[in-house]
Ligand binder design. Structure first.
Ligand code: EPU
Length: 336
């Protein structure tokens, strides 16, 4: 089923709730509908607007936004150890996590309550509490707009990294993800090593799937603002990855600075939230835009902010971090 909306206000379709318009928005539920949609609007600029949870519109969009709405979960294979699923791009990510937890399937429980849809998960390889979506993704199904063909990419070809994938690089602007296949485990594999997770899980009686999901939801709710109440796009910045020497210089002055090893030798990941916080910007507000008071990595729209105002404020925050620590922080959010 295809539904078209012309000159549509996007305020309810982006989690920052900025008031911009798109010339056209097309909702579709079948991958097979995409060739006809592109044929009808040939030559028009286009991009995918999924849940709108990781995007900042700073202007109206003169092209076509494509929104997948199909929400089906298909069990492909039920083994004794593992279950394979094919999930449509339009399903709310957290509905998939709830579905898996209810069926005793392990692998994505640490990603509870991440806002957004399944089709967006591989794009920035959503991650939290020591787990990334790419760990459980087996294949990604998409329509290649240039080749005019349905394609499938195996996990090893997806280029998953920290908030990275091929869909943000070589395939950017070329594909519409229509479904994602996952491999989940029947065998318990609790991953509790990040921050407060272990303590919160223990307080609930131990490492069952249900307890882990509850603990993660509680931690997220205590730090991250609800987009229905306060416009935001989760972490606005990526955590910066710096040379070991840079980290050592900062650690000499701030021994308590959070820092994490990375897969790349000689590179260390820092916590942008900590840097912004220590630069004195946590809870800071400029007009309708601000840094969230409980998590400095999140910028919020207190109501009525334009995308341009959010972006200008983000530049100020990044400049303050650069001035204080000499470290560049860059947006994780897609700025349009
Ligand atoms: N910190 C502060 N002040 C702050 C925020 C953080 O001092 O205002 C410190 C914390 O105390 C901690 C460290 O910085 O020592 C890291 O903070 P936290 O564990 O809250 O995680 P994060 O690095 O700020 C990342 C993800 C989040 C994800 C959490 C938990 C990125 C860009 N963000 O945040 O993802 O939920 O880890 O795994 O990697 C998102 O992408 O939208 C998102 C919310």
């Amino acid at each position: 089923m295809i539904r078209e909306f012309k000159q549509i206000n996007l305020a309810d379709r982006n989690s920052f709730h900025v008031e911009q318009e798109a010339a056209l928005l097309v909702e579709f539920d079948q991958a097979e509908e995409l060739p006809a949609i592109f044929a009808r609007h040939r030559g028009m600029p286009w991009m995918v607007l999924s849940g709108g949870n990781n995007i900042l519109f700073t202007q109206d969009y003169a092209g076509m936004l494509l929104t997948p709405v199909s929400e089906h979960i298909e069990v492909l294979d039920e083994g004794a150890e593992e279950v394979r699923l094919r999930v449509d791009a339009g399903l709310e990510w957290d509905d998939l996590v709830a579905w898996a937890v209810a069926r005793d399937l392990w692998g994505i429980e640490n990603l509870s309550l991440i806002p957004g849809k399944v089709g967006a998960a591989p794009v920035q390889n959503i991650g939290a509490y020591g787990v990334e979506a790419g760990d459980a993704i087996e294949r990604v199904c998409y329509y290649d707009v240039e080749a005019e063909a349905q394609r499938v990419l195996e996990r090893a070809q997806c280029g998953f990294g920290y908030r990275e994938s091929i869909f943000k690089q070589a395939l950017k602007g070329r594909v519409v993800i229509t479904a994602v296949e996952f491999r989940l485990s029947r065998r318990p594999m609790p991953r509790l090593g990040y921050g407060d997770v272990e303590r919160e899980v223990a307080a609930r009686g131990g490492a069952t799937l249900g307890n882990i999901r509850e603990a993660i939801c509680a931690i997220r709710r205590s730090k991250l603002p609800d987009t229905a109440v306060l416009g935001n796009a989760g972490s606005f910045f990526k955590n910066p990855v710096v040379e070991r020497a840079v980290a050592d210089r900062l650690l000499a002055e701030w021994p308590e600075m959070p820092h994490y090893p990375t897969a790349e030798a000689g590179r260390v990941k820092l916590a942008a939230g900590w840097l912004i916080d220590r630069a004195g910007w946590k809870g800071m507000r400029r007009g309708a835009v601000g840094v969230h008071e409980r998590q400095a990595l999140v910028l919020v729209n207190h109501g009525g902010a334009t995308g341009g105002e959010v972006l200008a404020f983000a530049h100020e925050v990044a400049a303050a971090v650069k001035a204080r620590f000499g470290v560049e922080i860059t947006p994780e959010v897609n700025v349009i």
